[in-house]
Design a protein around this ligand. Structure first.
Ligand SMILES: [Mn+2]
Length: 387
């Protein structure tokens, strides 16, 4: 049997205030064309359908029309959607009965995981996002129950979880994956294939012999995710225990996320590099080097001026969508403080005054004065109460 594996659509995302719904619609049209071409038995969506728990009406419109187009591209295909951590599972499932009419199963709860979806040649176990502490029991029980029914058919699990050993580079929230689990600790090791969502960089899970893969997001969600090719996985697996084959088809970003120029330059040169970009829709992050602590106060205004010169598109959005500066500090006098990664676990035991010191240092602000320090200490905050 053959299925398409996609995840992390993040429909309704606003990137630096710019609405991305038309890009989401474009992405879904590309996906529907691939479905029409491949005619798979199933399509799985491994969570983070929406970017927020309360998606806008426009984001919901994009979703409904996109899903119907996927269905119409291959009416016999089963579509299985799980809620991710960005989704409201209950909201996603609210129209679940209606979606059944289009061959779509929406999974939001542990009970939904137990109800494996029968598709031609396989059973699909849809494990909606769960807190890592409860994932194992839910997933392991659901996979075992499906295995009892599956006979010679493969059991395919769909889940939304960071798996340890994954490469988070290029995922914009990479410091937040300290709750990663092994496949076994996630209860997912009993499946013939695990179609994962959550990490936006496509990759097989190390040590899984390509039996567990992230398909990655179809579009870059942030500038740091624009450095690799996004797309959809096409998985073929013929029977329980069979070796799966995974191929990929690319999906093009309708509006590219550009960091310009390639190497950091002085602010004036960076602004000129933005002006020199072709007049086609793009998001812009300016790559700036400075020996000062701060960029000039008018830097953002000047970037905005270049954006205005470029005009607006049919959606009413600027063609050159200025987003932010990536600042590289040069020279010893104004060197940026070394990046310090603080884990949630260490925060629970860190003295509050130490957390404050690190925060100020990170922000490049003045350290606490002796008077402020005295006030802080007079509060007598017990760090253990924060656990
Ligand atoms: Mn995501």
């Amino acid at each position: 049997m053959k299925f398409l594996h996609t995840s992390d659509w993040h429909l309704g995302q606003s990137l630096y205030g710019y609405d991305r719904c038309s890009e989401g619609a474009d992405m879904l049209r590309q996906l529907a064309a691939i479905v029409a071409d491949e005619q798979p038995d199933a399509l799985v969506v491994a969570g983070d359908v929406f970017h927020t728990a309360m998606p806008s009406s426009r984001a919901q419109h994009t979703y409904v029309n996109g899903m119907l187009a996927l269905h119409e591209a291959c009416p016999a295909m089963s579509i299985v959607v799980i809620a991710g951590n960005h989704d409201s599972a209950a909201r996603l499932a609210a129209y679940g009965s209606l979606w059944r009419l289009a061959g779509v199963t929406i999974a939001a709860t542990a009970a939904d995981a137990m109800a494996a979806v029968e598709v031609p040649g396989a059973l699909i176990v849809p494990v909606a996002y769960r807190h890592p502490s409860t994932l194992r029991d839910t997933a392991a029980a659901a996979i075992a129950a499906a295995r009892d029914r599956a006979g010679n058919r493969p059991v395919i699990a769909v889940a939304h979880q960071a798996i340890s050993g994954a490469d988070y580079k290029g995922h914009y929230r990479q410091p937040y994956f300290d709750d990663a689990l092994s496949l076994a600790a996630a209860g997912l090791d009993g499946a013939d294939y695990v179609a994962l969502g959550h990490i936006h960089r496509p990759q097989p899970v190390a040590g899984s012999s390509d039996r567990a893969c992230y398909c990655g997001s179809p579009l870059p969600v942030h500038f740091d995710e624009a450095t690799y090719v996004h797309g959809v996985d096409i998985v073929t697996i013929d029977g329980a225990g069979a070796v799966p084959t995974v191929t990929r088809r690319p999906i093009a970003a309708p509006v590219p996320l550009l960091t310009v120029p390639d190497d950091p330059v002085a602010i004036d040169d960076a602004i000129e590099a933005m002006r020199a970009l072709p007049n086609e829709p793009c998001y812009v992050r300016l790559n700036v080097a400075t020996s000062e602590r701060w960029l000039p106060g008018d830097a953002k205004t000047r970037a905005g001026d270049v954006a205005r010169e470029a005009g607006i598109d049919d959606d009413g959005l600027p063609i050159k969508r200025f987003c932010e500066f990536a600042v590289t500090h040069t020279g010893a006098t104004a060197a940026a403080p070394a990046a310090v990664t603080t884990s949630i676990a260490s925060l629970t035991t860190m003295e509050p005054v130490e957390a404050a010191r690190r925060f100020l240092e990170h922000k490049g602000m003045e350290p606490l004065s002796p008077d402020e320090l005295a006030i802080f200490q007079s509060l007598n905050i017990d760090s253990n109460t924060h656990q």
